[in-house]
Design a binder for this molecule. Structure first.
Ligand SMILES: Nc1ncnc2c1ncn2[C@@H]1O[C@H](COP(=O)(O)OP(=O)(O)O)[C@@H](O)[C@H]1O
Ligand SMILES: [Mg+2]
Length: 677
């Protein structure tokens, strides 16, 4: 009987989702084959070296845009100095495959010579080393070198966000070309590296023939599109987008912010490093001017134009802007010249649109911001509204909360949570004054108190978001005070927030999946190669999400693939609770879970919290509605001005003099003041 309820709830929605998912996949595959065909046939059909060169350059910028998209689009870290990594990759290959460095030959170099990385060159009676690193080895090598610098530059910026981060990255973007210009012994300074070796494939030397470079560019962009989309649709991409949308919520859901920010910097930089190698192998020269600030800005404009976070969008944006510059604007200038000749306007006769490219970028940006903020190909798909049946489906009879994996810990001798002497100060304000609190395993504790009494601060300090001045917090006997939020989440404390903190650009499914983050293991390599183990893990995580949100019946299930921004307030609260449950918590902290719900919804949620308690979960709830508190809690703790003023059974606390004064006394005074006025 119970299983019937679930199946009627899940099946139609999930079947439709699977059907549309399959169709979309076929459509996408056909589209990709077509794009690939066009890319492969273009040089053959076109045959013009100048055009092929222009497209190869455009593809190089598409590769750069894909890299910056990981940093800015996925992880939301505004980077204004991205061209620095492009330079690092370029010079890595340039220096190791040209005559720039010629150290004296010694036997130290012999092993490198065997590996074909260097040659011994003898002039008269001196022998020097000539670096001859292969282009094909340089591609991954410069990716790795750039990734290293990505971490190096990323590390000091970890605590920064928004404007500050942008300014620091701007600084790095300026520093790198300046170092390149001034370290002449290594880079030949402003004059630039010369005689960088072209690639060589099985004895075929690319030389100045453009078509082979074009195909290398197609391969690089293809690879980076593949890597980007695999990362986006994985545990890694989800973690990036979560920290982009709300880093506080991401950390309490188990995402290690430091790690994922650095990973974004490193991977983004590696794309640029690889592209740098390609770019200067094609040019066979490199100068510091090629990597200045305007280049970083141009790549940024490309991804904004294409659609922040959208893999195909940024490729289209990059190719479009590059071709605009090298094809369309010169052609249009030509037409304008003829018009100028016709009407006899000297200004029109001389106009060179490509020289005002910055102005044109500016106009494009303004127009995009006004009319199409999500870019040419937005990262989030437009969503179909729910069908009439889906919207009107009755919420099934409450069948109790069903969720596997909750461990009954009632028998445990140590308290689930033991807070001792915790004090929190914000400047002069004491938000918590030596608070003691004990929650037995499997218990439900309610925290009440007037506004500003320190209830949310208590949750913040337990989940690691706020640092305590003193005190101790033990989770099943283990000290957790001072741990970062993601570690506390991993140890088994999950929470919701008083002012909803969801990942607003992600779907219900993805929001709840983030909760599973710390219980999954897929790393970047697994995400890209999608081993069977990774697929299995992902499928299981999704099933788990369905299991959890099915408890809210038709309220969430049919909306699993909708953006949370489209949900009602009450449903967002349910998503947040689901996300907390998805972390497999041992203790669940709910901060005013029924705020904004109507009486019927409040009752329903209270029942569900009670059901969770029956499954054995330990719960702490901050709640204003006293009937909910009485219904749920074994113990009530009352805070006032950061101090615990009472603790006991709900009924006792209700009659407590001091509590009445804290709650009503102030109201009564305020009321009489109101009357007096
Ligand atoms: N990050 C912060 N910086 C400064 N003051 C804060 C901060 N967070 C909370 N406070 C202050 O601490 C007190 C307790 O706040 P809070 O814990 O949110 O209260 P409650 O949840 O009980 O309404 C309030 O006076 C609030 O203004
Ligand atoms: Mg609060």
């Amino acid at each position: 009987m119970a299983s019937e309820t679930t199946s009627t709830v899940t099946t139609p929605a999930s079947r439709a989702a699977i059907r549309s998912g399959t169709l979309r996949r076929y459509g996408a595959q056909a589209g990709m084959v077509a794009v690939l065909l066009v890319a492969l046939l273009f040089p053959i059909v076109n045959g013009n070296a100048g055009d092929i060169d222009a497209v190869a350059n455009a593809l190089a910028f598409a590769a750069l845009a894909l890299g910056l998209n990981i940093v800015v689009g996925f992880a939301g870290l505004l980077d204004l100095g991205y061209a620095a990594f492009f330079a690092i990759g370029a010079y890595t290959y340039g220096i190791l495959s040209s005559w720039q460095l010629q150290p004296a030959w010694s036997s130290f170099w012999q092993p490198f010579a065997w590996l074909d990385l260097v040659q011994k060159v003898t002039q008269g009676d001196t022998s020097v080393v000539h670096f001859t690193l292969s282009f094909w080895i340089a591609l991954p090598l410069s990716a790795a070198v750039a990734a290293f610098f990505g971490v190096l530059f990323g590390a000091p910026t970890l605590r920064l966000r928004g404007d500050y981060l942008a300014i620091v990255t701007l600084g790095f973007g300026e520093i790198v070309p300046i170092v390149v210009r001034n370290w002449a012994s290594l880079t030949n300074g402003a004059a630039g590296l010369n005689g960088v070796a072209p690639p060589n494939l099985f004895g075929y030397n690319f030389g100045v023939e453009i078509t082979p470079y074009y195909y290398v560019a197609v391969a690089i962009v293809g690879l980076l599109i593949f890597v980007s989309s695999r990362l986006r649709d994985s545990r890694i991409g989800r973690a990036w987008m979560a920290l982009r949308d709300d880093s506080i919520a991401a950390s309490t859901a188990g995402v290690d912010l430091t790690r994922y920010k650095l990973l974004a910097f490193a991977l983004g930089a590696s794309f640029a490093g690889m592209t740098g190698t390609f770019y200067i192998a094609k040019l066979q020269t490199a100068t510091p001017d090629m990597f200045m600030f305007p280049v970083s800005v141009m790549i940024l404009v490309m991804i904004v134009l294409g659609g922040l976070g959208s893999v195909w969008g940024v490729v289209v944006g990059a190719i479009f802007l590059q071709l605009l510059q090298s094809w369309f604007l010169p052609a249009m200038s030509g037409w304008l010249h003829s018009v100028g000749n016709l009407v006899g306007s000297p200004w029109l006769q001389q106009i060179q649109l490509a020289q005002s490219i910055e102005l044109i970028f500016g106009i494009i940006l303004v127009v995009m911001m006004l009319y199409r903020r999500d870019g040419l190909i937005p990262a989030t798909r437009k969503q179909k509204a729910l069908s009439f049946e889906q919207q009107n489906a009755q919420v099934g009879e409450s069948h109790g909360f069903r969720m596997s994996g909750i461990v009954r810990e009632e028998g445990s001798a140590v308290p689930a949570l033991e807070i001792k002497g915790v004090t929190v100060r914000f400047g002069g304000l004491v938000a918590l004054k030596s608070v003691d609190l004990t929650v037995p395993p499997g218990g439900v504790l309610a925290v009440i108190g007037p506004n500003g009494s320190g209830k949310s601060t208590l949750f913040n300090v337990v989940t690691g978001l706020t640092t305590a001045e003193s005190g101790s917090i033990r989770l099943f006997g283990e000290e957790i005070i001072g741990l970062p939020p993601h570690k506390i989440a991993r140890k088994g404390i999950a929470r919701t927030f008083q002012n909803l903190r969801l990942f607003t650009n992600l779907t219900v499914m993805d929001n709840v999946l983030i909760g599973q983050h710390s219980r999954l293991h897929t790393g970047p390599l697994g995400a890209v190669l999608r081993f069977p183990r990774v697929r299995a893990e992902e499928a299981k995580a999704r099933e788990r999400v369905i299991e959890i949100i099915a408890n809210f019946g038709n309220r969430l299930l049919p909306r699993a693939d909708q953006n949370v921004a489209a949900l009602s307030y009450a449903n967002r609260r349910r998503v947040e609770i689901s996300r907390a449950l998805a972390t497999n918590p041992r203790i669940l902290l709910l901060d005013e879970p029924t705020a904004g719900m109507n009486p019927a919804e409040t009752l329903e949620l209270a029942q569900q919290i009670k059901d969770l308690h029956k499954l054995g979960l330990t719960i702490i709830v901050i709640e204003h509605k006293l009937d909910v508190v009485v219904r749920l809690a074994d113990t009530v703790v009352v805070l006032d001005h950061g101090e615990k003023i009472a603790e006991g059974k709900p009924d006792e606390v209700r009659r407590n003099e001091e509590v009445l004064r804290a709650y009503l006394g102030r109201n009564a005074q305020a009321g009489s003041a109101g009357i007096a006025a």
